[in-house]
Design a protein around this ligand. Structure first.
Ligand SMILES: O=c1ccn([C@@H]2O[C@H](COP(=O)(O)OP(=O)(O)O[C@H]3O[C@H](CO)[C@@H](O)[C@H](O)[C@H]3O)[C@@H](O)[C@H]2O)c(=O)[nH]1
Ligand SMILES: [Mn+2]
Length: 727
């Protein structure tokens, strides 16, 4: 290859290895699906037969969509040495946004650990600014951040000197390596002591409540809370805690510190605040007047940095001479540190991270998923793509006049006011989009529709680690929000189908659709987990006999897709039991979260309900946590979703038992009935997968058990469905 010798690429892209084998396999499944459809089209299936046909057409079409995520996977690799060689320390300014919303669900200690971890990036501090958005306007969080700004003076030089990884103090002390030599132990111990003292002060402040806290610490910032009435009703509070412009802001070893800013945007009951999207947009504006970094990284407050080199990784994409100018954002996977071995709740999003997003990347780039994502500021603000445009990060730097910090704060506070966005394009053409529970996905899609590419970068050392949900209820609520948001995108002006058509690769449209069609999956899944079992109980066959040739495509699809999905899961680093658990949670999400997502979307369309954003708890009480670690499912919450799950489980149990009893009455001949084989299998698998639920309803004594009223009610409903549902 003839290459301009001065050009050294900063990243490389590799195609997935066994893609030909995969394509052959995938074709064979496709052919079998056609046969299944043919079978349905040419056979009578009783009075509910149309339903099963529809369900299988749906599953087949949906399966086709999911192929886009597997067909063309690519893998990226960066050359950070080449980056350093070319640019040295002459690197673009990077602004990091951390969002928090509730000091109860997101404890300030966790928030500042995330903040400290991103302050410790291996990056020139004068080019690094960290902004914490606090949607709760909590003085406790502010206090914690203030403490963190002092602790950072010790922590950052410590990290740099010993190349500390992960650079979050809590995570580091938790993993406690023995890389330290005896003489360094003292240093480590002193840092640890400083950290614990800080933690104690913050815990104390939490106990003492508001007033005594301000006496604890004299800082002008606290006066801002004088006019504060509630988290939903207060002035904007902007405090620059470390002013990076000031050459006097130094750590204990005399090195410059990154800028650190606290922002609680103004909130008023009469102004809708648009959740995280609103917070992000306020941050974009405020930061543009303080540091105006051309690169923006945003993380959720639980997503600490696990690798101090990630910024440099991301820059390898943006600064690549040949391809950098077309890249709008670089998305890292969302990984979690609290995943148990067999991940009971499928919380690791394993297959999505290890397989599916690589597939999206092959067709133009992954979705923006709201955390662990580096953006170009200009594209985030709606700049269109042209082939000639370069990434002009050098001209972006702000005229750093020596405006006094308080003047600066006062001058730009209005950028975070409730009324600033009135009659502007913020939330529509500019910034993160409003009106969708997954504001990030719709924002990323519209950026791609402007002609930009995105990159999925999934390095071996995880770049960010957060907290995965630790109870069934939490995971179901989270997936309801996601699947509801994705469905709303499908139906919105920015639908990948009509808005994306012709603008982004067709494979990418299909990829988006797999997520956008998550929730409508509920119908086919509900059908499949109710009707065949009821038919089984009533002795009516819905599938071809074992002896029939039509049985083959069914058997082939069932066996090979099961093995394939197991293989894919193991390949993604999971365990076999983890895969089994994943199947359960797959079923539970589809029959509860997704159903409610569809219902809520419908209600929103007829203007009956409003978008809500239920913030996920990042702490759970000790008992719940212990059960989570023991991988015992949490059924203790009394919710409509749980009721549905339990009813379905009971129904299948009754049908299965009913069938066994009937078979015994006819001396076993009914059970080994070739015509019923697939229904017995389906119902049997549904019973097996629900074993933890039966256990929770009948035998468990701990607080995670299912309350007897839920168990009884669902059993009664299931029983009446078995008795009358067939009429
Ligand atoms: O009014 C709000 C609500 C939430 N948040 C923050 O948004 C982040 C994500 O919220 P969380 O409750 O943790 O939701 P998850 O389901 O864990 O978040 C995933 O899904 C969201 C979209 O539903 C994305 O925005 C997130 O980045 C992504 O991690 C957190 O840092 C919150 O503090 C706000 O700043 N303001
Ligand atoms: Mn989260």
């Amino acid at each position: 290859m003839k290459n301009n010798c001065s050009y050294a690429p900063l990243f490389e892209t590799k195609k997935a290895k066994c893609s030909l084998i995969y394509k052959l396999y995938s074709t064979s499944i496709f052919v079998s699906i056609i046969f299944i459809w043919l079978y349905r089209a040419t056979h009578e299936n009783g009075k509910l037969g149309l339903g099963i046909f529809a369900a299988e057409v749906w599953f087949g079409l949906y399966w086709i969509l999911t192929q886009s995520l597997r067909w063309n996977r690519v893998y990226r690799n960066t050359f950070k040495d080449a980056l350093s060689k070319r640019y040295g320390n002459d690197l673009p300014a990077v602004d990091i946004f951390v969002c928090t919303a509730d000091p109860e669900l997101e404890p300030p200690m966790m928030v500042i650990n995330t903040v400290l971890s991103v302050m410790a990036y291996d990056y020139p501090p004068e080019n690094l600014s960290i902004y914490l958005s606090d949607d709760a306007g909590s003085d406790l969080t502010f206090y914690a951040l203030l403490e963190a700004s002092s602790f950072a003076k010790h922590w950052i030089p410590f990290c740099k000197r010993f190349k500390v990884e992960p650079p979050s103090p809590e995570a580091y002390f938790r993993s406690e390596s023995d890389q330290f030599e005896a003489c360094q132990h003292e240093y480590l111990a002193s840092i640890k002591k400083l950290y614990q003292d800080m933690e104690n002060r913050i815990e104390l402040a939490k106990k003492l409540g508001k007033t005594s806290k301000s006496t604890l610490l004299e800082h002008k910032g606290f006066s801002k809370w004088d006019s504060f009435s509630s988290p939903g009703d207060h002035d904007a509070i902007l405090q620059i805690l470390i002013d990076g412009r000031d050459s006097e802001s130094k750590d204990i070893e005399g090195y410059r510190l990154p800028t650190l800013v606290y922002l609680a945007r103004e909130k008023r009951p009469q102004h809708f605040h648009n959740f995280k999207a609103g917070a992000m947009n306020a941050l974009i504006r405020v930061s543009s007047e303080i540091s105006n970094g051309p690169i923006i990284l945003n993380v959720d407050c639980d997503m600490y940095s696990n690798n101090s080199l990630s910024i440099r990784d991301a820059l390898c994409f943006f600064l690549d001479e040949k391809k950098g100018h077309e890249i709008a954002f670089v998305q890292f996977p969302q990984n979690f540190y609290n995943i148990t071995k067999n991940e009971l709740y499928g919380g690791s999003l394993r297959v999505i991270s290890e397989v599916e997003f690589h597939g999206l990347d092959g067709y133009g780039g992954p979705l923006y998923i709201g955390t662990g994502c580096f953006h170009r500021r200009d594209t985030l603000c709606g700049r269109k793509f042209t082939k000639e445009s370069r990434f002009e990060w050098k001209e972006n730097s702000l005229n750093r006049t020596k405006e006094n910090v308080t003047d600066l704060e006062n001058r730009i506070e209005e950028l975070a006011s409730c009324t600033f966005e009135q009659n502007t394009h913020w939330g529509h053409e500019i910034g993160v989009k409003y009106g969708c529970p997954v504001e990030d996905v719709i924002t990323g899609l519209s950026i791609q529709c402007l002609g930009w590419k995105s990159i999925y970068f999934n390095p071996k050392t995880k770049a960010f680690l957060g907290v995965a949900a630790t109870s069934l209820d939490q995971i179901l609520v989270q997936h309801k929000r996601w699947s509801e948001g994705d469905l709303q995108i499908l139906l919105s002006k920015y639908s990948p189908v009509w808005y994306g058509f012709g603008k982004i690769n067709f494979g990418l449209i299909m990829g988006y659709c797999t997520y956008c069609f998550w929730s409508p999956n509920c119908f086919a899944t509900l059908y499949y987990s109710i009707i065949p079992s009821l038919y089984l109980l009533n002795g009516i066959s819905l599938f071809p006999k074992v002896s029939s040739l039509w049985f083959l495509p069914f058997a082939y699809v069932i066996v090979s897709e099961t093995l394939y999905s197991l293989g894919e899961y193991l390949y993604s680093g999971g365990t076999a039991l983890g895969w089994w658990n994943e199947q359960r949670i797959w079923l539970y999400k589809r029959t509860s979260s997704y159903l409610f997502a569809v219902i809520d979307t419908f209600l929103k369309f007829v203007n009956y309900s409003k978008t809500v954003f239920v913030v996920s708890a990042k702490v759970s009480d000790e008992e719940v946590l212990r059960r989570y670690k023991d991988e015992k499912m949490e059924f203790g919450v009394n919710s409509p979703m749980l009721f549905i799950l339990s009813t379905l489980a009971m129904l299948n149990l009754f049908c299965f038992i009913g069938k066994v009893v009937k078979a015994m009455a006819s001396k076993g001949s009914g059970f080994v009935d070739g015509a019923m084989a697939l229904q017995i299998l389906l119902c049997g698998v549904l019973v097996l997968i629900n074993l933890p639920l039966y256990n929770a309803a009948l035998f468990r004594k701990d607080k995670g058990r299912m309350s007897s009223s839920v168990a009884l009610k669902s059993a009664l409903v299931a029983l009446s469905l078995c008795t009358y549902g067939f009429l």
